[in-house]
Design a protein around this ligand. Structure first.
Ligand code: PEP
Ligand code: MN
Length: 336
């Protein structure tokens, strides 16, 4: 309460709290009174903050507990293991998802799929619908790209992760994909989150480049509240003042997320660094600090890639990365 809040306004708040079926507890401080609200507030906590903020004499309303529930470790202490076509993510195994940034043609995608599988990848990534910063850049092959990914799955057995950008395309992408990717730019597209929430497919949710870890969890909550518990969170770097790399890898986010949520957490060092030379060291850092998996861009001919060539590893380099991932995973009590 404000330091000078009069007894009538304090009484009014007490009465309101009681009328809501909650219990007020007044802490009679020297300078000001603090009113704690006790009881089961459910998922409407944010609304309660707004409601009590409007009362006369109130200085500030703070939430002590989290706004998210379904993804919270408090309500679900054991880590969730998400299974996609027999691949388990969130357990002892560090799952490496790899493939090109964009599906460009059948040969490029099939070759990459075979090579990443040989090296040890457990899932195939590749974009058919591409969120490009410029409308003049390659926008992806659309449904033709999805068909190529399905063919690559047939050839290799690798489950397919691919991005969906629009609510109108969720059914189409879900027909071909095993995991629907929500890109960084769409992390707070709430209609899209609800739509993938009811798609029945697992979701790889990427953190927005200007979003807090808390916001990422609220977005996961959107998907889960539609009945879809199969959400994999992905740190992919954030925008900071630093411009020596494309983004700044928020390595802290990995242990923080592992502490706050039971959902699996993966790191995408390709987009977080934007430079193939830094992909391996940052990938290893991610595994060292508890990531359940990695997303790595791989291209047979990065110089001629239609998107993200600079950050794409050649297959031989990817193989090297995977070998080191195995070593680091072992050092932290895991496997790959
Ligand atoms: C991608 O995975 O190719 C991509 C576009 O990622 P992000 O949404 O993280 O930029
Ligand atoms: Mn990319």
């Amino acid at each position: 309460m404000d330091p000078g809040a009069d007894p009538t306004s304090i009484k009014a708040i007490e009465t309101e709290i009681e009328q809501m079926g909650l219990r007020p507890f007044i802490n009679p401080g020297v300078e000001r009174k603090v009113i704690a609200v006790l009881g089961e507030m459910g998922i409407k906590k944010a609304e309660l903050v707004e409601h009590f903020s409007t009362f006369p004499g109130v200085a500030r309303v703070d939430l002590i507990s989290d706004l998210w529930k379904l993804c919270s470790k408090t309500y679900h202490p054991e880590s969730s293991i998400i299974e996609v076509n027999g691949v388990r993510i969130g357990g002892a195994d560090v799952v490496v998802i790899a493939g090109p940034c964009s599906v460009e043609n059948e040969q490029q995608t099939l070759e990459a799929a075979i090579q990443v599988k040989e090296a040890g990848a457990k899932m195939l990534r590749g974009g058919a619908f591409k969120p490009r910063s410029s409308p003049y850049s390659f926008q992806g092959l659309g449904e033709e790209g999805l068909k190529i990914l399905a063919k690559a799955r047939e050839e290799t057995g690798l489950p397919v992760v691919t991005e969906v950008m629009d609510t109108h395309e969720v059914d189409l992408v879900a027909e071909y994909a095993d995991v629907l990717q929500i890109g960084a730019r769409n992390m707070q597209n709430y209609s899209l989150l609800k739509s993938v929430g009811s798609s029945g497919r697992a979701v790889l949710l990427k953190r927005g480049m200007g979003s807090k870890v808390r916001d990422l969890l609220m977005s996961a909550e959107y998907i889960m509240s539609e009945g879809n518990q199969n959400v994999i969170l992905c740190e992919r770097g954030i925008t900071t003042f630093e411009d020596s790399t494309r983004n700044t890898t928020d390595i802290n986010a990995i242990p923080v997320l592992k502490n706050w949520t039971h959902l699996p957490v993966v790191l995408d060092p390709s987009h977080s660094t934007g430079d193939w030379r830094y992909v391996m060291p940052i990938a290893l850092a991610g595994v060292a600090c508890g990531a359940d998996g990695l997303v790595i861009e791989v291209h047979g001919d990065p110089q001629h890639a239609l998107s993200d060539g600079i950050q794409s590893l050649k297959p031989a380099k990817f193989k090297e990365l995977f070998e080191s991932v195995k070593d680091v995973a072992k050092a932290v009590g895991r496997s790959a």
